[in-house]
Design a binder for this molecule. Sequence first.
Ligand SMILES: Nc1nc2c(ncn2[C@@H]2O[C@H](COP(=O)(O)OP(=O)(O)O[C@H]3O[C@H](CO)[C@@H](O)[C@H](O)[C@@H]3O)[C@@H](O)[C@H]2O)c(=O)[nH]1
Ligand SMILES: [Mg+2]
Length: 198
Amino acid sequence: MSTQHDPRVRIVGRRTLWKGFAHLEEVTFEQQMSDGATVTLKREIHDHGNAATILLVDARRQSVILVRQLRVPVLLQGDPAYLIEAAAGLLDGDTPEEAICREALEETGYHVQDVIHLFDVYMSPGALTERTSFFVGHIDATEKRGDGGGLAHEGEDIEVLEIPFDEAVAMIATGEICDAKTIMLLQWAQLNRQQLFA
Ligand SMILES: Nc1nc2c(ncn2[C@@H]2O[C@H](COP(=O)(O)OP(=O)(O)O[C@H]3O[C@H](CO)[C@@H](O)[C@H](O)[C@@H]3O)[C@@H](O)[C@H]2O)c(=O)[nH]1
Ligand SMILES: [Mg+2]
């Protein structure tokens, strides 16, 4: 990971605490505070790469394709752990566009050609390096290329759901949809509803 120069901050040490699927580093840095004082601080930073996510929309049927899968951190919180989410995946060395087309097909079975990039988001910038690229893509919900479901050999067991758009939006208020990227995409779709469902 490269670091961008900012005259107020100087990284003075990086130490690997753990390197597995994720890379956990302790970063020591000197920061010039707004009062002029320079302080030395440490932060534990989790890096598992960047990601991409997509809202798959069937404009004719006024529906969206979402996926449901187990999320262990949510299980640890004691909340219902099979979350309803927009398709998403780590880039694994691909561009965000390439990665999201691959993940959409693997997870949902839908082949999406013309993806539209919306915005890039730091998902949890105090702790994670992850920057997620957000996309929207049009599909015909009746035309599936594959079964979806994710990669069984990577432990993925993903259910594919077609949900009427209005119902999906209502599920944010009920708490049935509580994943940040999915809420952002559905709210973007609400704001752009006229063009999206035209
Ligand atoms: N070996 C190993 N594999 C892991 C681990 N954690 C995840 N994986 C594997 O890595 C892949 C991750 O799946 P992707 O589809 O690429 O990513 P994602 O889980 O959808 O993650 C995205 O969405 C999450 C929910 O919003 C985000 O939390 C995540 O950061 C990312 O944006 C899966 O094959 C999963 O089994 C782990 O600790 N060890
Ligand atoms: Mg995924």
